[in-house]
Write a protein that binds this ligand. Structure first.
Ligand code: ATP
Ligand code: MG
Length: 564
């Protein structure tokens, strides 16, 4: 029955398959992705996006993008725009125009009147402190508000005056009349409307009362004809309220809320509030800082939409909370870039090498494949000259055992070029190595040297015919696997997660050089820099200097590459 046999199944697909067999909702699947526009999307949202849009695709259904915009103080059109952009970038298309819960404010208001008239909602004038006291606790039942038995006429009058702006914020709320003794606190006469005298990014100053999330969400789902309303596990306790509201409004459809486990990734956080704190307090350079687990950060880092979608498929959908290893995400981008990224040479920490056997004038064009396995990517030209750069880490004066790179008196191959031998090391006054003097064997281009084995292969660029680059190397944003749990141990969850920021999460290498063939690189272009990893050009690149982000290091060791 499932239309999605090629996708791994999960409990939500099982539910949908069953619904379709029973012809529930006429077999239709309508889902929605419902972000609150109070921050940029993160990798956890990507999971929800892939799930909601993916199900709609696989079952020939539709998926709405709906902004759950009921908290005007915290929301902004900047976030609305970034969310639309991120969803599109991930490769999904919502049905019709983006929807806004605020589009439904008039209907939500009408339904509130209906609830009041049916004796299911009342205006409560307890102060917030009193209301807290009346609510009870996890172990003690709540008490009925003294305003609970007010007449319908009085409730209608007070609600109209709330709407007209007659009362101060916090002076009155509209509450559902459910059960103050319910073991589920969400059912203890929850607030449906509160007074907020602030402008809204979509509705301006039309309203000074705003509906609460729980009340808004279920009705918005129903209005849109959502069949399966997927949300994360923390909403499980809210489901009885979701169902209660819709049960009171029988003219509305009744979508099924299904909860799944949120994505947690180690060494990072997936809470918009905390990510916003990182941005606001400038612990990172912005929402799209490549260290951030935001969709925009991952994009700038060099993650592709396909790699993120594959990651979401791979981690699956369950009912059990867990923590996914960052290595899984890294695996997915490597898997994609392995095929997609042309190879190139970049010397991150250059050491000057003069080849004394090469004359000053000669520039030799050498040809190398852009990809070892994909000829369709074509070839590139390397400029071989007398002065080149190799990486500092590829030379050791006192080599460790089994050292395969360059050392004094020994030979290595320059990748796609000649075999060279180091004859002399030049140091500055502090004893730092500043240059190597080498010779080359003219008979080794594209063939093995005669009568001897040269094991090491190192990368290089021409000094003159290479492009200056800045390389940004990233490490984990946090030094603790679970910064929130670590902060909890310190009894200060709210800000102490900051104590576990990794001070070495960004290393800037400003003297790097990339091979000449990369001169026309555009932001977003990805390469495998041999031995160093996969890198993606950053929008900060200028005419004078390219900027590259290390997307991910190579899993393959250099030794393996060098043997080819
Ligand atoms: P945050 O706590 O980061 O603010 P949120 O749940 O409040 O997250 P929303 O904008 O309401 O953020 O989320 C939109 C949708 O994405 C919701 O359906 C939510 O359940 C889902 N979502 C949010 N975080 C995750 C996550 N880590 N894993 C899976 N789904 C998530
Ligand atoms: Mg939310």
């Amino acid at each position: 029955m499932s239309d999605s046999e090629n996708k791994p199944s999960n409990f939500i697909r099982h539910i949908i398959d069953g619904d379709r067999r029973a012809n529930k909702n006429n077999g239709q699947v309508v889902t929605r992705f419902p972000p609150e526009p109070n921050g940029y999307l993160h990798i956890g949202h990507a999971k929800s996006i892939c799930l909601n849009f993916g199900l709609a695709q696989d079952y020939d259904g539709v998926c709405n993008l709906r902004f759950d915009d009921t908290n005007p103080e915290k929301e902004d059109v900047e976030y609305v725009d970034s969310i639309k952009n991120d969803v599109t970038w991930l490769g999904f298309q919502w049905q019709g125009e983006p929807k806004y819960a605020s589009n439904y404010f008039p209907q939500l208001h009408d339904y509130a009147l209906e609830l009041i008239k049916a004796g299911k909602a009342y205006v409560c004038s307890l102060s917030p402190e009193e209301a807290r006291e009346y609510r009870g606790s996890l172990t003690a039942p709540g008490k009925d508000s003294p305003y609970r038995e007010q007449s319908v006429a009085e409730n209608l009058d007070l609600f109209a005056r709330m709407k007209a702006g007659e009362f101060d914020e916090g002076a009155k709320v509209l509450r559902a009349k459910i059960d103050m003794a319910s073991p589920n606190i969400n059912l203890r006469d929850p607030i449906l409307y509160r007074i907020r005298k602030v402008a809204h990014h979509q509705t301006g100053n039309d309203w000074c009362i705003y509906p609460m999330y729980d009340y808004t969400h279920c009705i918005s789902d129903a209005i849109e004809g959502i069949t399966h309303s997927l949300c994360t596990l923390e909403f499980e306790d809210h489901r009885p309220l979701y169902d209660w509201v819709l049960d009171q409004l029988p003219e509305l459809a009744h979508p099924q809320q299904i909860e799944f486990a949120r994505l947690n990734l180690n060494y990072t956080i997936t809470s918009k509030r905390k990510l916003k704190q990182l941005v606001d307090e400038k612990h990172v350079l912005g929402w799209d800082d490549p260290r951030m687990p935001t969709v925009s950060g991952l994009r700038r880092r060099g993650y592709t939409p396909l790699s993120i979608r594959n990651f979401c498929d791979r981690i699956g959908v369950t009912k059990v909370d867990g923590v996914v290893d960052m290595a899984t995400l890294e695996f997915c981008i490597r898997e994609d870039l392995e095929h997609r990224a042309p190879r190139a040479m970049c010397v991150i920490n250059p050491l000057k090498v003069t080849i004394d056997t090469w004359d000053t004038e000669t520039i030799e064009d050498l040809s190398a494949p852009r990809h070892p396995k994909d000829e369709s990517m074509g070839r590139r030209t390397l400029k071989m000259t007398r002065v080149i750069y190799i990486d500092h880490s590829d030379f050791a004066e006192v080599p460790p055992p089994k050292y395969k790179r360059l050392t004094i008196g020994k030979e290595v191959r320059l990748r796609n070029s000649y075999v060279i031998k180091c004859n002399e090391v030049i140091k500055d006054e502090q004893g730092e190595i500043i240059e190597l003097r080498c010779s080359h064997d003219v008979d080794t281009l594209g063939k093995k040297p005669e009568g001897r084995k040269v094991k090491g292969v190192i990368h290089w660029v021409s000094a003159e015919h290479s492009v200056p680059a800045q390389v940004r190397l990233y490490d984990r944003l946090f030094s603790e696997e679970n910064p929130d749990a670590a902060a909890k141990d310190h009894n200060n969850e709210d800000s102490h997660f900051l104590d576990f920021l990794n001070p070495d999460s960004l290393t800037i290498m400003d003297q790097a050089r990339v091979e000449f063939s990369l001169a026309e690189t555009q932001a977003g272009d990805a390469f495998q820099f041999e031995r160093e990893g996969y890198f993606t050009a950053d929008p900060d690149s200028t005419a004078e200097q390219l900027v590259f982000n290390r997307t991910v290091s190579l899993r393959d060791s250099w030794a393996k590459t060098a043997r080819k």
